[in-house]
Ligand binder design. Structure first.
Ligand code: ADP
Ligand code: MG
Length: 480
């Protein structure tokens, strides 16, 4: 491999990163290596078969065109799986077949009876170690069977399935798997699905813990002087699933979390984590922990689109009718709920529960009229518009009479510093972008600079009513 081809590879990576964005890049391409560059073909390798098949089915063309930018004659990309990982493992370890993500189908039907049966069989085997470690209870309804797939969660679902299909001693594909999303978008549902799957097959010990349980378990173990036993037990499991990591607090808990994470990952055990934000935004966590968390596969679940909301509702109704055969919801009512109730999966559940309760209590059929009445407070006034960072920069620049490039520049004069802070603050409050992402979009600034700006403006609006008004005005302009 010549230095020149490595330089070309570096440029290709840069181009790729710019095209697909940091999150996608670090999830799929960060561990891709250049093996050989020939006149018409490039050979590259990735550490897992899952990555290989995912890149082939989703990014083959893009990868090729990025290379052609460097070397127009290239007509072919060959992707191989590096074997180092597998060789290092005991010889009986078999690589898991990559799942066929693209063709995976789902009928969204829930067989309530079957789910419960499976659940009770697994509950027994689960309870032993769940109890010892203060494991969190699993909800029998939250399984892969009842999880509906849509565009916003395909990736997360595929990764969760992949993790769940692993067997004891298998090579771990990506570690940790880190899923992040806003409230009610299905994180817990996926994590519990993984836990059920592992425990039903009975082959691996899967421990599901909320971060609070982790804290509680650890702290109480310390108090009862059994922390060594606790640690041993924790390290004796195959898959550790931790939900709502953003709630992990306290220095000693975090240190222990860090040790546990390192010990499990280094021992080839699977770790799965969910949180409401990406690892880089877990501000209270130590930098090393954050980078360890970001070192596996990080996937985001996007907001539930209307069609996915509708599919979830349909699945829910069909599950409900197995217990309440008289419960019928006309199609227009379902469309109405899907359209008008917020993106949060919990509200969808709440909406149906109300219809069901009304139907049971009054014996009256579900009608559009009744749905409208019951749903009133769940309906958002108007779906907030998706605000773009460019729009924020444009509107703020106009308001303060500076140019957009001033906002992105490194100039530190007062007349650009304040508008820049306001713009970053708005970017954080009006978009779902992470702090590092916002920093990048503001001339490649560090996420701590963004955080500082956000805190600064938050502090100021409390006392400065003129600024508060200005910001309100900007928000209104942006959301109109
Ligand atoms: P989170 O943990 O992300 O806050 P949950 O997993 O608790 O969200 O999901 C909230 C509710 O929405 C649950 O009842 C869950 O079953 C439902 N839900 C979310 N996404 C899906 C989905 N893709 N398919 C089926 N149900 C879903
Ligand atoms: Mg949750």
């Amino acid at each position: 491999m010549t230095g020149i081809s490595q330089e070309q590879w570096t440029r290709v990576k840069g181009r790729l990163r710019a095209e697909v964005g940091e999150d996608v890049f670090s999830s799929w391409f960060a561990r891709m290596d250049l093996e050989a560059l020939e006149a018409e073909a490039v050979r590259m390798s990735v550490p897992t078969r899952f990555l290989k098949s995912w890149i082939q089915s989703h990014y083959a063309d893009r990868l090729l065109s990025c290379w052609q930018h460097e070397q127009p004659d290239i007509g072919r990309i060959e992707l191989t799986v590096r074997s180092a990982v597998l060789k290092a493992l005991p010889s009986k370890a078999k690589p898991v077949e990559p799942i066929d993500v693209v063709r995976e189908h789902h009928n969204g039907k829930i067989n309530g009876a079957e789910v419960r049966h499976v659940a009770s069989a697994a509950t027994a085997s689960l309870s032993a170690h769940q109890d010892a470690l203060g494991g969190s209870p699993l909800d029998p309804r939250l399984t892969f069977e009842s999880f509906v797939i849509g565009r916003s969660n395909t990736l997360a679902h595929a990764a969760a399935k992949q993790v769940a299909s692993g067997r004891r001693g298998d090579a771990v594909m990506f570690n940790p798997l880190y899923i992040h999303a806003g409230v009610g978008l299905g994180k817990t549902h996926l994590l519990q699905s993984i836990s059920w799957a592992g425990n039903v097959s009975g082959e691996r010990k899967v421990l599901y813990l909320t971060a609070e349980k982790f804290m509680y378990g650890f702290v109480s173990a310390l108090r009862t002087q059994s922390s060594i036993a606790f640690k041993d037990a924790l390290r004796g499991i195959d898959v550790l699933v931790i939900d709502d990591l953003q709630f992990l607090q306290g220095k000693s808990t975090q240190a222990e979390f860090c040790h546990t994470l390192n010990a499990l990952i280094d021992a080839g055990r699977q770790v799965v984590i969910a949180a409401d934000r990406p690892p880089s935004d877990l501000e209270s966590l130590d930098e090393r922990v954050r980078s360890r968390l970001a070192g596996g596969l990080v996937v985001e679940i996007g907001p539930l689109a209307e069609e996915l909301r509708l599919e979830i509702l349909k699945a829910r109704v069909s599950a409900a009718t197995s217990y309440h055969p008289a419960f019928e919801v006309p199609a227009p009512v379902l469309s109405f709920i899907a359209k008008s109730v917020t993106q949060n999966g919990r509200d969808l559940e709440g909406a149906l529960n109300r219809l069901l309760a009304h139907n049971k209590l009054t014996g009256l059929p579900v009608t559009m009229d009744m749905a409208e009445r019951e749903m009133r407070d769940l309906i958002r006034p108007q779906e907030p518009k998706r605000v773009k960072i460019e729009d924020i920069q444009r509107v703020v620049a106009r308001q303060y009479n500076v140019s957009r490039s001033d906002l992105l520049s490194s100039r530190r004069t007062a007349n650009v510093v304040r508008p820049r802070q306001v713009a970053m603050y708005l970017a954080k409050t009006l978009t779902l972008r992470s702090l590092p992402e916002i920093g990048r979009r503001f001339g490649g600034r560090d996420h701590t600079t963004v955080l500082h700006a956000v805190r600064k403006i938050e502090g100021l609006v409390g006392n400065d009513s003129t600024l508060a008004e200005e910001i309100e005005l900007l928000k209104r302009q942006l959301q109109e």
